[in-house]
Design a protein around this ligand. Structure first.
Ligand code: AMP
Length: 117
């Protein structure tokens, strides 16, 4: 299982990336390999590898992922047409970066939820 985590370097500014939003709990930036016209990653500032690792203390941060997703969707004017939020967990989901992140995808019709290979 690959255990790369480049997101901490983006959050801390060690790697320069266009930060779309940042506060005390989360950071948002463009996915480097976009799968839709709008493809933003919303990431907790605290390293939590997978959804399996969340605790009750993370509930405020997890809620912030959604409120920031809604703000970014509105900013991109895709809030009415619609969008998809995805959080992958572990190998079968295809998770590549072991630092929880929410994908916000939109800007076109996204088709069926799952493509199973
Ligand atoms: P997941 O498969 O859910 O772990 O998604 C990881 C996502 O992170 C993929 O869509 C990658 O394209 C994206 N990604 C990996 N490295 C970077 C990076 N340096 N900057 C922006 N997005 C990245």
């Amino acid at each position: 299982m690959k255990k790369d985590n480049i997101f901490i370097d983006i959050i801390t500014g060690k790697i320069k990336t266009d930060i779309l939003y940042q506060d005390d709990l989360v950071t948002a930036f463009h996915d480097k390999n976009p799968k839709a016209p709008v493809h933003v990653l919303i990431v907790p500032n605290k390293l939590i590898p997978t959804v399996n690792d969340v605790t009750d203390q993370d509930e405020q941060m997890l809620g912030r992922l959604f409120t920031v997703a809604a703000k970014i969707a509105k900013f991109n004017n895709i809030h009415n047409s619609g969008y998809r939020l995805i959080i992958n967990c572990n190998y079968h989901s295809g998770q590549e970066v072991y630092h929880i992140h929410m994908h916000l995808l939109g800007g076109q019709f996204l088709g069926p939820l799952l493509s199973i290979i």
